[in-house]
Design a protein around this ligand. Structure first.
Ligand SMILES: Nc1ncnc2c1ncn2[C@@H]1O[C@H](COP(=O)(O)OP(=O)(O)OP(=O)(O)O)[C@@H](O)[C@H]1O
Length: 257
Protein backbone atom coordinates (compact mmCIF):
# COMPACT_ATOMS: atom_id res chain seq x y z
CA UNK A 1 0.00 0.00 0.00
CA UNK A 2 1.46 3.39 -0.99
CA UNK A 3 2.55 5.40 2.02
CA UNK A 4 2.84 2.36 4.30
CA UNK A 5 6.13 2.35 6.20
CA UNK A 6 8.40 -0.42 4.92
CA UNK A 7 11.58 0.25 6.83
CA UNK A 8 12.37 2.20 9.97
CA UNK A 9 15.83 3.54 10.79
CA UNK A 10 16.26 4.56 14.43
CA UNK A 11 19.18 6.28 16.17
CA UNK A 12 21.56 4.73 13.69
CA UNK A 13 25.29 5.48 13.83
CA UNK A 14 27.60 4.74 10.93
CA UNK A 15 31.23 3.79 11.40
CA UNK A 16 33.98 2.98 8.92
CA UNK A 17 37.66 2.39 9.46
CA UNK A 18 37.29 3.13 13.20
CA UNK A 19 35.69 6.54 12.54
CA UNK A 20 32.16 7.65 13.30
CA UNK A 21 30.74 9.01 10.04
CA UNK A 22 27.16 9.73 11.12
CA UNK A 23 25.12 9.49 14.29
CA UNK A 24 21.48 9.71 15.35
CA UNK A 25 19.95 8.91 11.95
CA UNK A 26 16.16 8.57 12.17
CA UNK A 27 13.91 8.12 9.14
CA UNK A 28 11.38 5.81 7.51
CA UNK A 29 11.19 4.45 3.98
CA UNK A 30 7.62 4.35 2.71
CA UNK A 31 6.03 2.11 0.09
CA UNK A 32 6.15 3.54 -3.42
CA UNK A 33 8.46 6.48 -2.68
CA UNK A 34 11.84 7.37 -4.13
CA UNK A 35 14.13 8.44 -1.31
CA UNK A 36 17.47 9.91 -2.35
CA UNK A 37 20.44 9.87 0.00
CA UNK A 38 22.76 12.82 -0.67
CA UNK A 39 25.71 14.58 0.85
CA UNK A 40 29.34 15.41 0.19
CA UNK A 41 31.76 12.70 -0.80
CA UNK A 42 32.76 10.56 2.15
CA UNK A 43 29.79 11.51 4.37
CA UNK A 44 28.71 7.87 4.51
CA UNK A 45 25.97 7.42 1.89
CA UNK A 46 27.13 4.00 0.69
CA UNK A 47 27.82 2.98 4.27
CA UNK A 48 24.23 3.88 5.18
CA UNK A 49 22.93 1.80 2.29
CA UNK A 50 25.03 -1.16 3.44
CA UNK A 51 23.49 -0.86 6.92
CA UNK A 52 19.99 -0.67 5.43
CA UNK A 53 20.38 -3.89 3.46
CA UNK A 54 21.96 -5.75 6.36
CA UNK A 55 25.48 -5.99 4.93
CA UNK A 56 26.99 -3.97 7.76
CA UNK A 57 25.96 -4.33 11.40
CA UNK A 58 25.48 -1.04 13.28
CA UNK A 59 27.41 -0.31 16.45
CA UNK A 60 24.42 1.75 17.58
CA UNK A 61 20.81 1.98 16.48
CA UNK A 62 18.45 -0.24 14.56
CA UNK A 63 17.15 -0.86 11.06
CA UNK A 64 13.78 -2.64 11.09
CA UNK A 65 11.64 -4.04 8.30
CA UNK A 66 8.15 -3.12 9.48
CA UNK A 67 5.94 -3.78 6.43
CA UNK A 68 2.78 -5.86 6.95
CA UNK A 69 2.89 -5.45 10.70
CA UNK A 70 6.13 -7.42 10.87
CA UNK A 71 9.01 -6.20 13.01
CA UNK A 72 12.13 -7.81 11.59
CA UNK A 73 15.58 -6.54 12.46
CA UNK A 74 17.51 -6.23 9.21
CA UNK A 75 20.51 -7.63 11.09
CA UNK A 76 18.57 -10.28 13.00
CA UNK A 77 17.76 -13.99 12.51
CA UNK A 78 15.02 -13.42 9.95
CA UNK A 79 16.34 -10.63 7.70
CA UNK A 80 14.10 -9.37 4.89
CA UNK A 81 16.43 -10.62 2.15
CA UNK A 82 13.72 -11.27 -0.41
CA UNK A 83 12.03 -7.95 0.26
CA UNK A 84 15.04 -5.80 -0.63
CA UNK A 85 16.51 -5.75 -4.14
CA UNK A 86 20.01 -4.37 -4.45
CA UNK A 87 22.03 -3.02 -7.38
CA UNK A 88 25.33 -1.53 -6.32
CA UNK A 89 27.77 0.88 -7.91
CA UNK A 90 29.62 -1.48 -10.19
CA UNK A 91 26.35 -3.09 -11.33
CA UNK A 92 28.14 -6.32 -10.54
CA UNK A 93 26.87 -9.29 -12.47
CA UNK A 94 28.69 -12.62 -12.26
CA UNK A 95 31.05 -12.54 -15.24
CA UNK A 96 31.16 -16.33 -15.49
CA UNK A 97 27.41 -16.49 -16.21
CA UNK A 98 25.30 -15.17 -19.03
CA UNK A 99 22.98 -12.26 -18.30
CA UNK A 100 20.03 -14.68 -18.28
CA UNK A 101 21.74 -17.00 -15.81
CA UNK A 102 22.55 -14.02 -13.59
CA UNK A 103 18.90 -13.06 -13.53
CA UNK A 104 17.59 -16.58 -12.94
CA UNK A 105 19.92 -17.20 -9.98
CA UNK A 106 17.71 -15.54 -7.30
CA UNK A 107 14.73 -17.58 -8.55
CA UNK A 108 16.78 -20.76 -8.35
CA UNK A 109 17.84 -19.93 -4.79
CA UNK A 110 14.56 -18.66 -3.40
CA UNK A 111 11.66 -20.14 -5.42
CA UNK A 112 10.35 -23.48 -6.74
CA UNK A 113 9.93 -22.21 -10.29
CA UNK A 114 11.13 -24.60 -13.00
CA UNK A 115 13.58 -23.58 -15.71
CA UNK A 116 11.04 -22.42 -18.36
CA UNK A 117 9.26 -20.35 -15.70
CA UNK A 118 12.53 -18.86 -14.50
CA UNK A 119 13.50 -18.02 -18.06
CA UNK A 120 10.14 -16.38 -18.76
CA UNK A 121 10.47 -14.26 -15.63
CA UNK A 122 14.03 -13.25 -16.49
CA UNK A 123 13.10 -12.18 -20.03
CA UNK A 124 10.14 -10.24 -18.62
CA UNK A 125 12.33 -8.38 -16.12
CA UNK A 126 14.94 -7.61 -18.80
CA UNK A 127 12.22 -6.09 -20.99
CA UNK A 128 10.91 -4.14 -18.00
CA UNK A 129 14.39 -2.74 -17.45
CA UNK A 130 14.51 -1.64 -21.08
CA UNK A 131 16.52 -4.56 -22.48
CA UNK A 132 13.93 -6.30 -24.66
CA UNK A 133 16.44 -7.65 -27.20
CA UNK A 134 16.33 -11.46 -26.95
CA UNK A 135 20.09 -11.62 -27.58
CA UNK A 136 20.79 -9.85 -24.28
CA UNK A 137 19.58 -12.90 -22.38
CA UNK A 138 22.40 -15.09 -23.75
CA UNK A 139 25.06 -12.40 -23.76
CA UNK A 140 27.92 -12.32 -21.29
CA UNK A 141 27.96 -9.24 -19.03
CA UNK A 142 31.24 -8.09 -20.63
CA UNK A 143 29.48 -7.85 -24.00
CA UNK A 144 27.05 -5.21 -22.71
CA UNK A 145 27.63 -1.47 -22.54
CA UNK A 146 27.93 0.18 -19.09
CA UNK A 147 24.34 1.44 -19.27
CA UNK A 148 23.03 -1.98 -20.30
CA UNK A 149 24.92 -3.65 -17.45
CA UNK A 150 23.30 -1.25 -14.97
CA UNK A 151 19.87 -2.07 -16.40
CA UNK A 152 20.61 -5.79 -16.25
CA UNK A 153 21.70 -5.43 -12.61
CA UNK A 154 18.46 -3.59 -11.83
CA UNK A 155 16.51 -6.33 -13.65
CA UNK A 156 18.24 -8.92 -11.47
CA UNK A 157 17.45 -6.91 -8.34
CA UNK A 158 13.77 -7.02 -9.37
CA UNK A 159 13.60 -10.78 -9.92
CA UNK A 160 11.88 -11.49 -6.60
CA UNK A 161 9.51 -8.50 -6.97
CA UNK A 162 10.89 -6.74 -3.89
CA UNK A 163 8.84 -3.88 -2.44
CA UNK A 164 12.12 -1.99 -1.91
CA UNK A 165 14.98 -1.49 -4.33
CA UNK A 166 18.32 0.01 -3.24
CA UNK A 167 20.52 1.60 -5.86
CA UNK A 168 24.00 2.96 -5.22
CA UNK A 169 24.88 5.66 -7.75
CA UNK A 170 23.15 4.03 -10.72
CA UNK A 171 24.17 6.89 -13.04
CA UNK A 172 27.86 6.90 -12.13
CA UNK A 173 30.04 6.71 -15.22
CA UNK A 174 27.16 7.03 -17.68
CA UNK A 175 26.76 9.69 -20.36
CA UNK A 176 23.93 12.22 -19.77
CA UNK A 177 21.49 10.57 -22.18
CA UNK A 178 21.98 7.07 -20.74
CA UNK A 179 21.72 8.56 -17.27
CA UNK A 180 18.41 10.27 -18.15
CA UNK A 181 17.07 6.96 -19.48
CA UNK A 182 17.95 5.33 -16.20
CA UNK A 183 15.99 8.06 -14.41
CA UNK A 184 13.00 7.23 -16.64
CA UNK A 185 13.36 3.59 -15.64
CA UNK A 186 13.33 4.50 -11.94
CA UNK A 187 10.19 6.61 -12.38
CA UNK A 188 8.50 3.77 -14.31
CA UNK A 189 9.37 1.18 -11.67
CA UNK A 190 7.86 3.36 -9.01
CA UNK A 191 4.76 4.19 -11.08
CA UNK A 192 4.07 0.78 -12.66
CA UNK A 193 5.27 -1.62 -9.97
CA UNK A 194 4.86 0.62 -6.90
CA UNK A 195 8.43 -0.22 -5.92
CA UNK A 196 9.99 1.99 -3.26
CA UNK A 197 13.49 3.02 -4.27
CA UNK A 198 16.33 4.23 -2.07
CA UNK A 199 18.93 5.85 -4.21
CA UNK A 200 22.40 7.17 -3.48
CA UNK A 201 23.16 9.87 -6.00
CA UNK A 202 25.44 12.80 -6.71
CA UNK A 203 23.53 13.90 -9.79
CA UNK A 204 21.34 16.92 -9.14
CA UNK A 205 19.37 16.55 -12.35
CA UNK A 206 18.58 12.96 -11.53
CA UNK A 207 17.67 13.90 -7.98
CA UNK A 208 15.11 16.51 -9.06
CA UNK A 209 13.75 14.20 -11.75
CA UNK A 210 13.08 11.14 -9.60
CA UNK A 211 13.18 11.77 -5.85
CA UNK A 212 10.11 12.33 -3.69
CA UNK A 213 12.25 12.97 -0.64
CA UNK A 214 15.86 13.67 0.01
CA UNK A 215 17.87 12.72 3.10
CA UNK A 216 20.90 14.97 3.45
CA UNK A 217 23.88 13.64 5.40
CA UNK A 218 26.11 16.49 6.53
CA UNK A 219 29.79 15.57 6.38
CA UNK A 220 30.76 18.12 9.04
CA UNK A 221 27.83 17.87 11.45
CA UNK A 222 28.03 14.05 11.17
CA UNK A 223 24.27 13.73 11.09
CA UNK A 224 21.29 14.23 8.79
CA UNK A 225 20.43 17.91 8.57
CA UNK A 226 17.44 17.68 6.22
CA UNK A 227 14.74 15.29 5.08
CA UNK A 228 12.03 16.39 2.65
CA UNK A 229 11.05 17.05 -0.97
CA UNK A 230 14.13 18.21 -2.96
CA UNK A 231 12.53 21.39 -4.35
CA UNK A 232 11.33 22.40 -0.89
CA UNK A 233 14.79 21.86 0.59
CA UNK A 234 16.41 23.75 -2.28
CA UNK A 235 14.21 26.77 -1.56
CA UNK A 236 13.70 26.60 2.20
CA UNK A 237 16.17 24.06 3.63
CA UNK A 238 19.19 24.75 5.86
CA UNK A 239 21.92 26.86 4.20
CA UNK A 240 24.31 23.94 3.60
CA UNK A 241 21.58 21.92 1.91
CA UNK A 242 20.46 24.84 -0.28
CA UNK A 243 24.07 25.35 -1.32
CA UNK A 244 24.44 21.67 -2.18
CA UNK A 245 21.23 21.69 -4.22
CA UNK A 246 22.02 24.81 -6.22
CA UNK A 247 25.65 24.23 -7.09
CA UNK A 248 25.40 25.57 -10.60
CA UNK A 249 23.31 22.75 -12.03
CA UNK A 250 20.19 23.46 -14.04
CA UNK A 251 17.02 22.83 -12.06
CA UNK A 252 14.16 21.40 -14.18
CA UNK A 253 11.49 24.01 -14.87
CA UNK A 254 8.59 22.15 -13.31
CA UNK A 255 10.51 22.20 -10.03
CA UNK A 256 11.65 25.81 -10.28
CA UNK A 257 10.08 28.21 -7.79
N1 LIG B 1 35.68 -0.69 4.83
C1 LIG B 1 36.17 0.51 5.08
N2 LIG B 1 37.32 0.67 5.77
C2 LIG B 1 37.82 1.91 6.03
N3 LIG B 1 37.22 3.03 5.64
C3 LIG B 1 36.08 2.94 4.96
C4 LIG B 1 35.48 1.69 4.63
N4 LIG B 1 34.33 1.91 3.95
C5 LIG B 1 34.23 3.23 3.84
N5 LIG B 1 35.25 3.85 4.45
C6 LIG B 1 35.45 5.30 4.56
O1 LIG B 1 34.28 5.86 5.10
C7 LIG B 1 33.96 7.07 4.49
C8 LIG B 1 32.55 7.02 3.92
O2 LIG B 1 32.50 6.12 2.84
P1 LIG B 1 31.19 5.98 1.95
O3 LIG B 1 31.59 5.20 0.75
O4 LIG B 1 30.07 5.48 2.75
O5 LIG B 1 30.92 7.51 1.59
P2 LIG B 1 30.02 8.11 0.44
O6 LIG B 1 29.31 9.25 1.05
O7 LIG B 1 29.20 7.06 -0.21
O8 LIG B 1 31.15 8.64 -0.53
P3 LIG B 1 31.17 8.86 -2.12
O9 LIG B 1 30.14 9.91 -2.41
O10 LIG B 1 32.56 9.36 -2.36
O11 LIG B 1 30.88 7.54 -2.77
C9 LIG B 1 35.03 7.32 3.44
O12 LIG B 1 35.97 8.19 3.98
C10 LIG B 1 35.62 5.96 3.21
O13 LIG B 1 36.96 6.05 2.84
Amino acid sequence: MAGEVLMRVEELSLHAGGRELQRGLNFDVCAGEVLAICGASGCGKSTLLRHMIGLQVPQQGRVTWVANGADRDVHGDDPPQREIGVAFQAGALWSSMTVGENLMLPLELYTDLDLPQRERQARFKLALAGLPDAATFDAEPAQLSGGMRKRAAIARALMLDPPLLCLDEPSAGLDPLTSARLDDLIVRLKRDLGTAIVLVTHELESLFAVADRLLFLDVEAHTATALGPPAELRDHGPAGVREFLTRGAAVPEENAA
